[in-house]
Design a protein around this ligand. Structure first.
Ligand code: A3P
Length: 278
């Protein structure tokens, strides 16, 4: 009886560290931090605070190391972490499958043109001497407004990362479609409660996160949380989330839209969802 009691206590009453049941695997600059912070409001979710980078950088350290990075949880609570680079790590689907073939995967996607500008804005904030967005995204450009930008530089990482169909196909070779939730980055901003309802359903969670948790902060221009885990006062994401973007020449924007159109179509087909990007 004593042993049985101890085992029971260990299982149910004492929080222990476990490997993740769910992962936010991408996509960089699509709203992955917002998704994680919103999920942490839920009492049955516990998440690692910073990106762990296990399946891309630290896989050699082993699952024991990975487990140590996780917060302690009670049985029934979901352990998760987010590292957006998993999305484009070729070996990640195989490695994640080796950890747990029934893991739940979440991917936030956003109009690839805005995503590219967001990615660029982040780099430019660290390197003020970075050339203009237009001159990096497009080649054969002439200086000045109304220039003759002709070809999109498909190899420039901010452009390349917006081609979502390729990585999706890779993940779907390992995991059934039902294990992967695609979340609209646009809807996460426009109607966070509705998007979080989908997420909670996918994770098998009670619908705890609702419109009551959000308010629109007009000076930030984004939804913020009224309260969350450990914080009972309203708060927004940090300054590095929801930056203002530089003005981009509409000609360049149009070129990029044309470039992405066929890739977006292929992605909608694979996903079975039309995200309606312009
Ligand atoms: P910008 O800063 O370019 O606007 P990630 O967390 O994956 O790096 O994504 C960052 C992006 O999340 C931000 O890009 C912003 O548009 C988006 N986002 C979505 N919901 C947000 C929120 N509630 N507060 C701030 N940014 C949010």
């Amino acid at each position: 009886f004593e042993n049985k009691y101890r085992r029971l206590k260990k299982q149910t009453l004492v929080p222990i560290k476990r490997l993740p049941d769910a992962l936010i695997i991408g996509v960089k600059k699509c709203g992955t931090r917002a998704l994680l912070e919103f999920l942490r409001v839920h009492p049955d979710v516990r998440a690692a605070g910073s990106e762990v980078h296990f399946f891309d950088k630290f896989y050699h350290k082993g699952f024991q190391w990975y487990r140590e990075k996780m917060p302690p949880t009670l049985e029934g609570q979901i352990t998760m972490e987010k590292t957006p680079s998993y999305w484009v790590t070729r070996s990640a689907p195989r490695r994640v499958y080796a950890m747990n073939p029934t893991v739940r995967l979440m991917v936030v996607v956003r109009d690839p043109v805005t995503r590219a500008i967001s990615d660029y804005t982040q780099s430019a904030s660290k390197r003020p001497t970075l050339p203009r967005f237009e001159d990096l995204a497009l080649v054969n450009s002439t200086v000045g407004w109304g220039g003759t930008w002709s070809v999109v530089d498909a190899s420039w990482p901010p452009v390349r990362l917006g081609v979502y169909a390729r990585p999706l196909r890779r993940w779907l070779r390992r995991f059934p479609r039902s294990r992967l939730l695609l979340i609209s980055g646009e809807r996460l901003v426009a109607d966070p409660a509705a998007e979080m309802a989908r997420v909670q359903k996918f994770l098998g969670l009670k619908q705890v996160i609702t419109e009551k948790h959000f308010y629109f902060n007009s000076s930030k221009g984004f939804p913020c949380l009224l309260k969350s885990e450990g914080q009972s006062t309203p708060h927004c994401l940090g300054k590095t989330k929801g930056r203002s973007h530089p003005f981009i020449d509409p000609v360049a924007i149009e070129r990029l839209r044309e470039y992405y159109r066929p890739f977006n179509e292929r992605f909608y087909e694979l996903a079975g969802i039309n995200f309606g990007w312009p």
